[in-house]
Design a protein around this ligand. Structure first.
Ligand SMILES: [Zn+2]
Length: 383
């Protein structure tokens, strides 16, 4: 591998696709040269070129390839490596609702692992806690025994969780939730509204209290009933709020996607995978957070209730699905790369542009991952 090799391709820029070449040195993009005629890709010769996009960033991922984010450091290694092959160059290992002491142990494991994570895996940017402050009525695949009301938990007990905590989901209607949202926001944690039965007014109060994003839009939340609009409406019509979309076609019917993509500013859409460890490991059963789940035919469900329990896709498939639904490639890629980084306040990567870290994905004509570059080094893709 020669890190100063030029990368030639159909470059997926902020707002268009253009044929050209990227020069990488010392893990950074040092030049982006577009072809003479202004670089608008589409000529016959360009079709042979791969697409080159920024690396994908998954802020909501519970496991992959049989490896559980809440497991041992070896499991975190395996998860990070499996994700990289799907073009995911950065991620947040994500916990499901658990006793606060267990979340503390998870946080400690991730913190210790981060400086030692494998170079041939996706880079951890901290971690995400999906819960435990979720509504019982909209718990989805979270264990009801572990859900808590914010009013019942002293913030002193949450202090040990803060270091490295980047995102957490809170249902705004719970007693004490608005205060907790403000407390988390004030400590630099991104609050995501979700797993919630809230009405519109309380959802809006949640964003006003400091929440900035929305956990798996439409799933496990009040929706778009025309006489009783809920969290989905509050998230969709708030131009500042981010929304997560699980773009597998099971969690949100493809027929609804235009309602999201035509309503949200393109800088506010986040593709997430939200998979359990079984994703990418074929069909089977496992226990997660004390509940049994089953994967069959691309669907992951709770054995007991049949409720959806996360996707079995990664962001490469999400990008491909979004493009197939009619979204243009730069916007689909932005939702998987630059936008999650925007949410986290990270600006040194996520674009094909000079000065950015060289986290890149090479996609073939069918948008399958051929190779992945992390920090200027190539690794094999999952194609
Ligand atoms: Zn969830």
């Amino acid at each position: 591998m020669n890190s100063s090799d030029d990368i030639r391709g159909r470059l997926v820029l902020d707002d268009r696709v253009a044929a050209g070449r990227i020069r990488v040195q010392d893990g950074h993009i040092v030049a982006v040269d577009l072809d003479e005629r202004g670089g608008e890709a589409g000529g016959e010769g360009d079709r042979a070129l791969p697409f080159v996009t920024p690396g994908f960033v998954d802020v909501h991922v519970h496991g992959w390839g049989g490896h559980d984010a809440m497991g041992s450091p070896q499991e975190l290694d395996g998860m990070a490596q499996a994700l990289l092959a799907h073009g995911v160059t950065s991620f947040l290992p994500t916990a499901v609702s658990s006793p606060v002491e267990e979340l503390g142990a998870f946080a400690d494991r991730v913190r210790r692992w981060m400086p030692a994570h494998p170079a041939d895996g996706a880079r951890p940017l901290g971690f995400n806690l999906e819960g435990p402050f979720l509504a019982q009525a909209r718990r989805g695949a979270h264990n009801p025994l572990f859900l808590r009301d914010p009013a019942d938990v002293d913030t002193a007990a949450l202090e040990p969780l803060l270091d490295g905590l980047r995102v957490t989901t809170i249902a705004p209607e719970l007693p004490g939730a608005l205060e907790l949202i403000g407390w988390m926001h004030g400590r630099g944690v991104v609050v995501s509204l979700g797993h919630s039965g809230t009405d519109l007014a309380t959802a809006r109060a949640g964003y006003a209290a400091g929440a900035r994003t929305t956990t798996h839009l439409f799933n496990a939340m009040t929706g778009v009933d025309h006489r009783a609009p809920g969290l989905a409406v509050a998230g969709l019509v708030n131009d500042e709020a981010f929304v997560e979309l699980i773009a597998d076609g099971h969690h949100v019917d493809v027929a609804l996607w235009p309602i999201i993509t035509r309503t949200k500013p393109s800088a506010r859409l986040l593709l997430v995978s939200d998979p359990l460890a079984l994703a990418g490991a074929g069909d089977g059963r496992m226990t997660i957070g004390g509940l049994e789940v089953d994967v069959r035919d691309g669907k992951c469900t709770l054995v007991e209730s049949g409720a959806l329990a996360g996707s079995v896709i990664a962001l490469d498939t999400a990008v491909r699905n979004l493009v197939r639904s009619g979204v243009d490639l730069p916007a689909a890629v932005e939702a998987a790369s630059r936008n999650p980084l925007r949410l986290l306040g990270i600006e040194d990567r996520g674009r094909v542009a000079v000065g950015q870290a060289a986290d890149l994905v090479e996609l073939d004509d069918d948008l399958r991952v051929a190779r992945v570059m992390r920090d200027g080094r190539w690794y094999a893709g999952s194609r």
